[in-house]
Design a protein around this ligand. Sequence first.
Ligand code: CUA
Length: 348
Amino acid sequence: MMNRWHVMKRLLPLTAIFMLILSACGREDLSTLNPQGPVAETQYDLMKLSIGIMTLVVVVVFAICIYVLIKFRRRKGDKTIPKQVEGNHTLEIIWTVIPLVLLLILGVPTIQHVFGLAKDYSDDKSAVHVKVTAHQYWWEFEYTDYGITTAQELIVPTDKKIQFDLTAADVKHSFWIPAIGGKMDTNPGMTNNMYLEFPNEGVFRGKCAELCGPSHALMDFKAKAVSSDSFDRWVSAMKAPAVMPADPEIAETFNAQCLSCHAVGEKGGNSAPNLTGIGGRQTVAGILFNSDVVADPEKEDKTTAENLHDWIADPQKVKPGNTMPQVDLTPEQIDGIAKYLAGYKLDY
Ligand code: CUA
């Protein structure tokens, strides 16, 4: 008995550490336990229901078990053999019916919600349709209703359902915005569907939830929910002609070195993240927070220009295994491009 207590005492600090890790003591909103939309709320309700039922079972079973252990323990000097019981119809019926009832209570709403959340708004004209393509290690968002494409920051209106067509360009990834709902795998060569709703304005963090390579854990994105007016302004701003660097030399370098893969406005390629309005995004590469966009005094974040500089200078250092090539640029050119991109903000 003494020994066991010692083991328990040693395990306590370890348990505390694990609890801290599991509670994800990181930056805001990466929790399914703080739902910010009806989809996440439904999923949270199901979690509470199943945990509630399981807790009830554990408490009742343990209570009966402890009661029996104490009440029917062998007392000192007692040498008799207890009454041998073989089968009891009443008991057997009780312990078959109770789990059946519990499973029904759990199963009926679960099946109801699973089908409810699988509803497809692909043909619904009032929904916003976004084709999500996961890449190692970034997210592409194509708004098929509007003919615009962005990356890393998904902009959505608060008053509409968002229907996602999910696919991947290379390996299997998984699209997940914990506070809003999910998750759903993105597979190369096929399309999965899911809808979400974002009734509250704000920025919600998204994650890749399927091991996809060395930078899987760094494959973050943001979902920014804005009013419908703001969303319309964003769509127009995305469609506006590209803003190129003011300095003709930087503009030429940017055009030659970056726009073969990246795009700004109507210019450039589409094999790398679209950079239109990148200066207004919360992060560079999804993970480097920009202090001039979201000020967080507790974190020593760099400014957008500094983060962009770090990224362009050595992308492999920030996200190992990503497909951005090491570009041959002088420090002045990197500086010029970083400053230009940091200043490229959309008004919406
Ligand atoms: Cu993409 Cu993990």
